[in-house]
Design a protein. Structure first.
Ligand SMILES: NC(=O)c1ccc[n+]([C@@H]2O[C@H](COP(=O)([O-])OP(=O)(O)OC[C@H]3O[C@@H](n4cnc5c(N)ncnc54)[C@H](O)[C@@H]3O)[C@@H](O)[C@H]2O)c1
Length: 356
C-alpha cells in the first residue's frame, strides 16, 4: 500500500466468486472454457496474494484488446520441442497466462526427466504476476526462473528516452515444512501496475516511484503514467530490465528494444517474450537434504535479529502467502468502483456480475 493511501471502503469477494466472474466474462468473450479457467486462476491467485495490481482488475484492459482485435480470444499456444530439454512456445497472440503456463509445463516435465528444462516463449501477451509460474513449478517440487519483457516504461540509466520495460523476474524454490522461496519483482522501485491501481482507487503514490513527463518527481499516478518509472538501485535496476529483454525478447524472436506494446494500449499486437526455466532440486543432494537446507535458510532468515523498528523479518514470498491464507478466509478486498468497472464489462456481454 502506498504510504499516502487513503483507505476507501472495501467490498469482500470470495476467490470462488471472483474466479466464476472471470471465467464467465472470458467465455462470453469467446475464450475457450479451459483457457478461461487457466487465466482466471492466475488472476485470482494474484488477488489472493495481495498482488492486486495484477488480478481481475486487469480484465477490462484485456477485454478491450479482444474487442479491438489485437489479441486472439480463441488462440492457444503451440509448443515446438527443440531438444529434450528445450522448447519454443509460440503464444499465437493468445493470453500471456496461457503461453507462460504452457512454457512452464514443458520446462517442469523436462526437468523431471533430465534435471533441467527451458522454454522460450514468443508472440505472447502480458502474463500478469510472475509468481504464478514460479508457484506452478514449486507445486511440482521444482525450482524455477521466470522472465518476461514488457512495454517501455523506463529509461536506460543516463538516458531520458523511455525504451525498456519494468519487466519482472520471478524465481522459486520449494521448501519442506516451511514456506517456499518465491521472489517476484519488477526492476523498478514499484511495478507500473501500482500506478494503474492508484488511479483506479484515486490514491497518491510515493515520490520515489516515477517522474512525470517533464522529469519531475510526482505523487500523481496519472502524471507518472505519462512519464517514466524509476529503476530500483539506479543502473542495476536498469541493467536487470535490459537483462529481461535479452533473455525474453532477443532470444525468443519476439519484440524487444522498446517494441513491445503494453496491455493498456489496444492499438497493436503486444508480441511479448518470456523465458521459463525449471530445475530439479535434488540434482546434487537428496530431496530431503535440499528441503531441510531450505527450511534451515527460512528459519535463519526469519528468526534473525530484528533491526530497530522492524516487527518481523519475512522470507521472500512469505507476505504474499500469508495474504493468500487470510484472503481465502476473508475474501478479496476490492473497492466499489473496481466492482462497478468489472460489472460494466459483464453487462457488455451478458456474463455473470459480482455482488456489490
Ligand atoms: N507482467 C508484467 O509485465 C509485469 C510488469 C511489472 C510487474 N509485474 C508484477 O507486479 C508484481 C509486483 O511487483 P513489485 O516489484 O512491485 O513487487 P513488490 O515490491 O511488492 O515485491 C517484490 C518482492 O519482494 C518481496 N518482499 C516485499 N516486501 C518484503 C518484506 N518486507 N520482506 C521480505 N520480502 C519482501 C516480495 O515477496 C516479492 O518477492 C509482481 O507480481 C510482478 O510480477 C508484472
Amino acid at each position: 500500500m502506498a504510504s499516502t493511501e487513503v483507505e476507501s471502503p472495501r467490498v469482500y469477494v470470495s476467490a470462488k466468486q471472483a474466479e466464476e466472474y472471470a471465467v464467465s466474462l472470458l467465455v462470453a468473450n469467446k475464450v475457450p472454457q479451459q483457457n478461461a479457467e487457466t487465466i482466471a486462476r492466475c488472476l485470482v491467485e494474484a488477488d489472493l496474494r495481495g498482488v492486486d495490481t495484477h488480478g481481475i482488475n486487469r480484465l477490462p484492459s484485456y477485454m478491450e484488446r479482444l474487442r479491438q482485435g489485437v489479441m486472439d480470444p480463441k488462440a492457444s499456444p503451440t509448443v515446438e520441442v527443440k531438444t529434450p530439454v528445450v522448447a519454443l512456445v509460440d503464444g499465437n497472440n493468445s493470453f500471456g497466462f496461457l503461453a507462460a503456463t504452457a512454457g512452464m509445463e514443458f520446462a517442469i516435465s523436462a526437468a523431471k526427466a533430465y534435471g533441467v528444462g527451458m522454454a522460450s516463449v514468443k508472440h505472447s501477451n502480458h502474463f500478469g504476476m510472475g509468481a504464478c509460474y514460479a508457484l506452478q513449478a514449486a507445486r511440482e517440487g521444482m525450482m524455477s526462473l521466470v522472465f518476461t519483457n514488457s512495454s517501455p516504461a523506463m529509461a536506460a540509466w543516463g538516458s531520458k528516452e523511455k525504451i525498456i520495460g519494468v519487466s519482472p523476474l520471478a524465481c522459486g524454490a520449494p521448501g519442506g515444512a516451511e514456506k517456499p522461496f518465491i521472489l517476484d519483482m519488477a526492476p523498478s522501485t514499484a511495478a507500473r501496475g501500482k500506478l494503474y491501481k492508484a488511479v483506479r482507487r484515486s490514491e497518491k503514490i510515493p515520490l520515489d516511484w516515477a517522474l512525470d513527463a517533464d522529469g519531475h518527481k510526482t505523487d500523481d499516478p496519472a502524471a507518472a503514467l505519462e512519464g517514466v518509472m524509476l529503476p530500483m538501485g539506479g543502473p542495476k535496476g536498469s541493467a536487470l530490465a535490459i537483462m529481461m529483454d535479452v533473455f525474453s525478447g532477443v532470444l525468443s524472436g519476439s519484440a524487444f528494444a522498446g517494441n513491445v506494446t503494453g496491455p493498456y494500449d489496444p492499438s497493436k499486437v503486444s508480441d511479448v517474450g518470456h523465458l521459463m526455466i525449471a530445475i530439479k532440486p535434488d540434482l546434487f543432494l537428496t530431496v530431503d537434504e535440499f528441503k531441510n537446507r531450505m527450511d534451515f535458510l527460512f528459519r535463519r532468515v526469519t528468526q534473525s535479529e530484528k533491526a530497530p523498528g522492524t516487527d518481523r523479518v519475512y522470507f521472500p514470498g512469505e507476505i504474499e502467502q500469508l495474504n493468500h491464507e487470510s484472503r481465502l478466509k476473508t475474501g478479496i478486498p476490492y473497492v466499489e468502483q473496481e466492482i462497478r468497472n468489472l460489472n460494466e464489462q459483464a453487462r457488455i456481454v451478458g456474463s455473470k456480475e459480482l455482488q456489490l
